[in-house]
Design a protein around this ligand. Structure first.
Ligand code: MTE
Ligand code: MO
Length: 383
């Protein structure tokens, strides 16, 4: 079959779909380290994993509305200045299973672990685009290009057997501070097949779907990418829209991720003893907005206490300090007195004072994306 040459995976991953392979780590594994180990990083695919055996024959072509078209080998890309960027990648479908409990949604079911925090190593896209004559901080090229499209090597049924693709605005692609990478390393090792070997895009602060794996070509184009995942998927619709009245053209492709958090030391319905308990999890926002605060409640949201946040295990989180990673999650923890039959809730606030919505009903959408509603845990029989 097309899936005969899939790479080996860690047996502790929770598999949500086998072909294509979609899997996430268990909650407790997710927050046991600030940097997510590659083996425990969620894997989200739309087709078989490509196998690129002869790296000397691999190249990325850069074409479209630019004066010269070029081909870059891996050696060429490695000659460019190398950057390490710690960024959280989160699938727009994270927490979809909880949304589907309100009303059925279409898509792969995910618990709260369709995200991970890695240090990505590679060349900046802004440097790569300079090689074809596009200066830094351009919003349009001389030939009218306004978007940068990433086309993959993989094939998927949503594209009718064509490659997975996505685009971002040229402005973001040419902004060195946006930290968009063509990454060949993940956590200091050569990026593996599951995560895009030999080269993937990493667009920090944006839903995972735009970080195209197994990069084949980069096109400078006039309008945003017309591919399935930009135009017929990954758009946020209101709760009134369902499959019988959807008009995809009325919404724009989702880019930045909204503020999100989850508790990872407990299941949604769990049993613990009454008394002191350590409650821990993650919080992250998109667009380069950091996390300002994480609030925890043990009485269903009537009263709150602020959790302790940190970005490197044991190093206290310093907002805007030298340790601050604007693209990366914070982990949080609080040790609280948990009463009998408690309802434990977490919600985060980002640096723009955006707060997670309280109810999943209010943000229900037919594709089940961006479930950023308060994470609620029901404690039973806590005796
Ligand atoms: N790139 C390609 N070529 N094919 C894909 O199926 N999936 C996207 C994105 N890039 C995908 C892709 C989605 S929806 C997500 S959430 C991330 O990759 C997942 O990246 P990961 O598997 O490295 O965690
Ligand atoms: Mo995704």
């Amino acid at each position: 079959s097309d899936y005969a040459e899939e790479p080996p995976r860690h047996p502790d991953l929770r598999i949500n779909s086998k072909e294509p392979f979609n899997a996430e780590p268990h909650r407790s594994a997710l927050v046991s380290s600030y940097i997510t180990p590659v083996d425990f990083f969620y894997k989200r695919n739309h087709g078989p994993i490509p196998k690129i055996d002869d790296i000397s024959r691999y190249s990325v072509s850069i074409n479209g509305l630019v004066n010269k078209h070029i081909q870059l080998s891996m050696a060429d890309i490695r000659l460019l200045p190398k950057y390490n960027v710690t960024a959280t990648l989160q699938c727009a479908g994270n927490k979809r299973t909880a949304m589907s409990k309100v009303r059925k949604v279409r898509g792969v079911g995910w618990d709260v672990s369709a995200l991970g925090n890695a240090t990505w190593g590679g060349a900046k896209l802004s440097d790569v685009l300079e090689l074809v004559g596009i200066p830094k901080l351009s919003s349009v090229t001389a030939l009218g290009g306004k978007h940068v499209e990433f086309v993959s090597v993989d094939r998927c049924k949503e594209e009718k057997g064509g490659p997975y693709k996505a685009s971002i605005p040229l402005k973001q692609a040419t902004d060195p501070d946006a930290d968009v990478l063509l990454a060949y390393e993940m956590n200091g090792e050569i990026i593996n097949r599951d995560h895009g070997y030999p080269l993937r895009v990493v667009v920090p602060g944006v839903i995972g779907a735009r970080s195209v794996k197994w990069l084949d070509s980069i096109s400078v184009i006039k309008e945003e990418c017309q591919g399935f995942f930009m135009q017929k998927d990954y758009k946020m619709f209101p709760p009134t829209v369902d499959w019988d009245n959807i008009d995809w053209s009325t919404r724009r492709p989702q880019m930045d991720f909204p503020v999100q958090s989850a508790i990872c030391t407990l299941e949604d319905v769990d049993v613990i003893k009454e008394g002191k308990a350590r409650i821990a999890g993650y919080a992250v926002s998109g667009g380069g907005r950091g996390i300002e605060r994480v609030d925890i409640s043990v009485d269903g949201g009537k009263t709150w206490v602020e959790a302790h946040r940190y970005q490197k295990s044991s190093v206290p989180y310093i907002s805007d300090g030298p340790q601050s990673d604007k693209w990366a999650w914070v982990l949080f923890e609080a040790t609280l007195d948990v009463p009998a039959n408690a309802e434990i809730v977490a919600k985060a606030v980002d640096s723009a004072a955006n707060i997670q919505p309280e109810k999943v009903e209010d943000i229900w959408n037919l594709r089940g994306i961006l479930n950023t509603s308060w994470h609620r845990i029901k404690i039973q029989n806590s005796r």
